[in-house]
Design a protein around this ligand. Structure first.
Ligand SMILES: Nc1nc2c(ncn2[C@@H]2O[C@H](COP(=O)(O)OP(=O)(O)OP(=O)(O)O)[C@@H](O)[C@H]2O)c(=O)[nH]1
Ligand SMILES: [Mg+2]
Length: 448
């Protein structure tokens, strides 16, 4: 099946069936909707002057990005193909974040300063027909959020979240010792992207004087990587160079093939888009399912308490109906004849029922007040304190998911009103389970 058609089908499905559920449980699905809106994205990030822009220019066969020694670029630039009948042009960030057809609406939150460092370049190139490539400001050592004027790491995280491939670039001069690179590898990227969506590249290898110099730089990068990722297994690091910049040497000859592999990998990013969308839907719907499961169990316990309270309230209201007016009569000598006495004498009329009916209504109202004010809010607090009891954590996957979602559930419980009892959580849970077991599998089957 055509991937674009499948993406459109998924977009409709998410919008119609899943988004209302995410909204109901106060979960953010905006990244899913954003990802479904547009074309596949390759994000190029890394140390300053590591050759990001040079690599992009080469890939596109045009000098579209400025290059140079020392930090050169301070903007996030989205480069993509012109639309039908459109010429090459630049679109400013303020327009991009307000364009509903693009996935950057949520980037408005990063403020004016960011928007002046955000732009799109449209150019004529067949490679970008079904792909966009994002060039980014180089990562620096001694820069703070204040210096940049916006939260660079957060922007990077949100772009990484949308990207199908992240190319993380180093060079032999500074093999991974940059502070922002460390933060990106240590926390931003693992939170916002999948391990399999990141490739590591060491560029400018022609600048190594000889093979042993290259091996030393490569070793230093591997060592730094293992420190940064906390992993023992070192991922593949593509060694590359820009032929336009490099003078031919013995160490470059065997790397030509690796260079081609890197270019092929970047160009093949669009092929993973639908799979990535499905993975993201899968992950987020599982989170939604866990939250819904907790709320279903909470509302079930609420119903049990409500049933108990109702039974007691019914019993009390029957007693009050028949005998309540007797108590009042003994205190204030009203009414002249109680309902019970009138029933016994056979003299009852409609007037005898007015006070008992009022007392009965009062008792039911009082019971509801006690339930909502004390019983229900007691349950709410108890469930929030022992929220893990609301879910069955029968696998490591669910335990990890719960660590992430527990706070969300506690937030929902803190705000829960008695309306939660009628909110249809178990019906929602069935819908979610149905989606995961049937619909999602069906989509996975389509791309296999
Ligand atoms: N010798 C050599 N020089 C390169 C190579 N790649 C890039 N350069 C040079 O290195 C410098 C930095 O390259 P850029 O492409 O501007 O690096 P960048 O990562 O985009 O830098 P910022 O945008 O500042 O973060 C430029 O002067 C390039 O000409 C390479 O493979 N070999
Ligand atoms: Mg650059």
């Amino acid at each position: 099946m055509d991937e674009k058609v499948l993406q459109a089908e998924l977009q409709t499905k998410v919008k119609k069936s899943l988004s209302p559920l995410f909204l109901k449980y106060h979960l953010d699905s905006s990244n899913l909707e954003a990802m479904l809106k547009w074309k596949p994205i390759v994000l190029v990030i890394g140390n300053y002057s590591s050759g990001k822009s040079t690599l992009i220019n080469e890939l596109l066969g045009q000098d579209i990005q400025r290059t140079g020694q020392a930090p050169t670029d301070d903007s996030f630039t989205i480069i993509t193909a012109c639309g039908v009948g459109e010429g090459a042009k630049k679109i400013p960030g303020s327009t991009l974040v307000n364009d509903d057809t693009l996935p950057f609406g949520s980037f408005k939150k990063f403020g004016e300063r960011f928007m002046s460092h955000f732009l799109m370049k449209k150019m004529e190139t067949p490679i970008l027909e079904n792909m966009a490539i994002i060039d980014s400001p180089g990562m620096l050592d001694s820069v703070t959020e204040k210096d940049r004027g916006y939260d660079y790491m957060a922007v990077l995280g949100d772009l990484a979240n949308l990207a199908d491939l992240i190319v993380l670039m180093f060079d032999p001069h500074k093999a991974g010792t940059i502070k922002e690179t460390y933060t990106a590898i240590r926390s931003t990227l693992p939170e916002k992207s999948g391990e399999d969506r990141i490739i590591f590249v060491m560029s400018r290898v022609d600048e190594c004087d000889n093979l042993s110099d290259l091996v030393r730089s490569y070793g230093a990068l591997c060592w730094n990587m293992s420190q940064m990722t906390g992993r023992k297994d070192i991922p593949h690091i593509y060694l590359t160079y820009a032929p336009g910049e490099a003078e031919s040497s013995d160490i470059l000859a065997p790397l030509a093939q690796e260079r081609d592999q890197l270019m092929t990998k970047i160009k093949s990013a669009p092929g993973f888009r639908v799979n990535h969308i499905l993975e993201d839907i899968d992950k987020q719907v599982n989170e939604l399912q866990l939250v819904c499961e907790a709320m279903t169990r909470f509302s079930h316990r609420g119903w049990q308490l409500f049933a108990k309270t109702s039974k007691i309230a019914f019993l009390c209201s029957v007693l009050v109906f028949f005998f309540g007016d007797m108590l009042i009569q003994s205190a204030i000598s009203y009414p002249g004849e109680t309902l019970f006495a009138a029933l016994k004498e056979g003299t009852q009329n409609a007037d005898h029922f007015i006070l008992p009916a009022c007392l009965m209504a009062l008792t039911i109202s009082l019971a509801w007040f006690i339930f909502s004010r004390f019983v229900f809010s007691g349950l709410r607090k108890k469930c929030a304190a022992l929220s893990q009891d609301l879910v069955v954590l029968d696998s490591e996957y669910k335990k990890n998911l719960w660590t992430k979602m527990q706070e969300k559930v506690q937030g929902l419980l803190a705000k829960a009103t008695t309306r939660e009892l009628w909110a249809g959580h178990s019906r929602n849970l069935s819908k979610i389970q149905m989606f995961l077991t049937s619909d999602l599998q069906h989509y996975y089957d389509k791309i296999r």
